[in-house]
Design a protein around this ligand. Structure first.
Ligand SMILES: Nc1ncnc2c1ncn2[C@@H]1O[C@H](COP(=O)(O)OP(=O)(O)O)[C@@H](O)[C@H]1O
Ligand SMILES: [Mg+2]
Length: 369
């Protein structure tokens, strides 16, 4: 799967871009603040119907302008598709597949998967469980449509349950029948999401371990585990047992919205507290490459890989590891950003990799020799 053409109007600092892309490697080169990451984000947008960095659509419109348009031509097994995204301040987002609007944006997810490796990935280690759940949910949604449907359904029901708990507290009332109706549906969807997360991780963890061992030369043992109160308890039972607590705090304390991924090193030590910067980076790259590999297996084609600032932010051995994968054709279409106008090109030439390089300045692209 390739992105053959990208055009942008007023997407962040990119006023007007229209560019044909290489099927193998594309480099966006330029100083800090010129728009390299914005370009990668535009590609992420076309794949995921939203920005990787800023979920408020209107904030991705160029300052002072009323709208942005991002369009991509994707080619999958010889078939070309036009993906259009138009965001106008104060209007509903337009998202089209071959000029036809989607009825539900979720239908687009997974058609043109991308994997992004960015310095912001450290948030997966540093931030709270929500960031890791988002990673997990976005990943599973790429190949499991029912998962996304059930998750969206679950979240709606959860909001409804929380609002109901709040209302009951305010009115000093309790409507057990109403809660039972909500809980019945919540349990159904929650159990589905839990089962799918569990099943996915059973397959994913060995892939992750393989990459980590490879990247770190098996220097240390790390672990990735799925934690959920539903692992050892029935969700239905949990909701029943915690109803007094839920009523007093007026939100739902148990459920798959509390699940997490635990990152550990050397047995039982938290990766966040005890691992070195280098070990954390290896962990994150292993996680992302496992994501890439897993989606590739499920889809039967490679996702697009977006590599943001890897030369600046990663050390040589980890960069080499990724470059070797590119050189051995293990990755599909890849986008690389870098601050040097020459370094990436020199390296790729040495590796005999076919690539196109562009300079980006103030959000405008020009091809480089
Ligand atoms: N909505 C927006 N409108 C105009 N410019 C924006 C918008 N959002 C971000 N920018 C600008 O984009 C630039 C950052 O681009 P970025 O792609 O992160 O740069 P880099 O080349 O360092 O990756 C900044 O100058 C920032 O002000
Ligand atoms: Mg950047």
């Amino acid at each position: 799967m390739y992105l053959t053409h990208l055009s942008l109007i007023n997407f962040k600092n990119c006023t007007d871009i229209s560019v044909n892309l290489n099927q193998s490697v594309n480099c966006f080169l330029g100083n800090n603040g010129e728009g390299k990451t914005n370009l990668l984000d535009a590609i992420y947008y076309l794949s995921n119907t939203k920005s990787y960095f800023n979920s408020i659509d209107s904030q991705n419109v160029k300052f002072g302008e009323p709208f942005f348009v991002a369009q991509g031509e994707f080619s999958v097994r010889g078939e070309t598709t036009n993906v259009y995204c138009g965001v106008k301040k104060g209007a509903k987002k337009q998202f089209k597949f071959n000029k036809k609007n989607y009825t539900k944006l979720a239908e687009h997810i997974g058609k043109f998967p991308v994997v992004i490796i960015t310095p912001y990935d450290s948030n997966l280690i540093l931030e709270g469980s929500e960031t890791r759940r988002k990673f997990l949910d976005r990943l599973i949604s790429q190949f499991n449509k029912s998962y996304l449907d059930n998750l969206i359904g679950y979240n709606k029901l959860l909001s409804h349950r929380n609002a109901t708990l709040k209302q009951m507290a305010e009115n000093q009332s309790f409507n057990a029948d109403l809660l039972a109706v909500i809980d019945f549906q919540l349990v159904e969807r929650g159990n589905f999401v839990h089962q799918e997360r569990k099943r996915f991780l059973e397959e994913f963890i060995p892939v992750f371990n393989r990459f980590y061992n490879d990247i770190s030369n098996q220097k240390e043992v790390v672990s990735l585990t799925y934690t959920s109160t539903l692992n050892d308890n029935s969700f239905e039972q949990l909701l029943k047992e915690n109803i007094h607590k839920d009523r007093s705090v007026t939100y739902t304390t148990k459920g798959i919205h509390r699940d997490d991924l635990e990152f550990k090193i050397m047995g039982d030590y938290s990766l966040k507290k005890f691992a070195s910067q280098g070990q954390q980076k290896s962990f994150l790259i292993a996680l992302k490459l496992a994501q890439f590999e897993y989606i590739k297996q499920k889809k039967g084609f490679s996702p697009i890989l977006l590599l943001d600032d890897i030369f600046d932010k990663l050390d040589e051995s980890r960069v080499d590891y990724i470059l070797q994968m590119i050189a051995h054709n293990k990755l599909g279409q890849t986008f690389i950003t870098d601050t040097s106008l020459t370094k990436a090109s020199k390296t790729l030439k040495k590796l005999n990799v076919d690539f196109k390089a562009f300079e980006i300045e103030g959000g405008s692209l020009s091809p480089l020799e």
